[in-house]
Design a protein around this ligand. Structure first.
Ligand code: KIV
Length: 277
């Protein structure tokens, strides 16, 4: 029987000073592996627009894409809490639109909560979703869906005025009822202040060590694209090299007639000999 972590478990982790581990996943295979590795939360992020679909940003990701990948990931999880990301323009038009999008992520995608980017401006939507029984993870600081408004993927909160705004955003998201908050691309002291000010767990990415947890994109932490190495990413493997070498060895063996060997090949089923007696 699955026993996925709930919003209560995650809140308790903050109360008990236990750090939260979150990673992204986009398919069943990766979901199964990160779940077995014991992470607390799995996010089906709209980062899939970049690392799965090959776009330059997350804006082309649709609600249908998110529902599809969330459902795939859901089948691979037994223990981790599953968060589905609300993609660009899936909730801004109206509360109805937001309910519809979040509802699909829970009903069809089988997510346990949804994440949406935005601070004070997103608070009314968060409040509406929470009052409909949908747990929400907020996301403030560098919000990739606003890449054009920010003039690129840039660290936020570097000036005093910006830092104050991000703190206000975080407080507004908590007051609206979010149970958890992603802090992305923030100076260490700003993320630390937010973590101290809010009672919900903060999960940082490029936001320093003082958050209640950390999140990384799975393909980044596994080094599956060695040409991409922003400062905030630590690679725990270089799978790009491992995969290249494996596929090159396979190609060589196919070309040289080494694979498939006898042990990978089938014999004809021996004919049954008719019994005489
Ligand atoms: O889309 C995503 O993967 C995210 C994380 C990087 C927090 O929002």
């Amino acid at each position: 029987m699955n026993r996925r972590k709930t919003v209560l478990d995650l809140r308790k982790m903050k109360a008990d000073n236990e750090r939260i581990v979150m990673v992204t996943a986009y398919d069943w295979t990766m979901a199964r592996l990160v779940d077995q590795a014991g992470v607390d939360m799995v996010l089906v992020g709209d980062s899939l627009g970049m690392v799965v679909q090959g776009h330059d940003d997350t804006l082309p990701v649709t609600l249908d894409h998110m529902v599809y990948h969330t459902r795939c990931v859901s089948r691979g999880l037994e223990n981790a809490h599953l968060v589905g990301d609300m993609p660009f323009m899936s909730w801004q038009r109206s509360t109805d639109q937001a309910m519809h999008a979040a509802g699909r992520l829970l009903q069809e995608g089988r997510a346990q909560s949804v994440k949406l980017e935005g601070g004070e401006a997103a608070a009314p939507t968060i409040r509406a979703l929470v009052s409909a029984g949908i747990p929400v993870v907020g996301h403030v600081g560098l919000t990739p869906q606003s890449v054009h408004a920010m003039g690129g993927f840039r660290v936020q909160g570097r000036t005093e005025a910006q830092a104050e705004q991000v703190v206000r955003d975080a407080v507004a998201v908590e007051e609206a009822g979010a149970f958890c908050l992603v802090l992305e691309g923030l100076p260490t002291d700003v993320a630390a202040e937010i973590t101290h000010r809010v009672s919900i767990p903060t999960v940082g990415i490029g936001a320093g060590p003082h958050c209640d947890g950390q999140v990384l994109v799975s393909t980044d932490l596994l080094g599956m694209n060695l040409s991409f190495k922003p400062k905030f990413v630590k690679r725990y493997e270089t799978l790009e090299d491992t995969i290249l070498q494996a596929v090159q060895r396979y190609s060589t063996e196919v070309r040289e007639g080494v694979f498939p060997g006898k042990e990978h090949s089938f014999n004809r089923r021996p004919r049954k000999v008719a019994k005489l007696y």
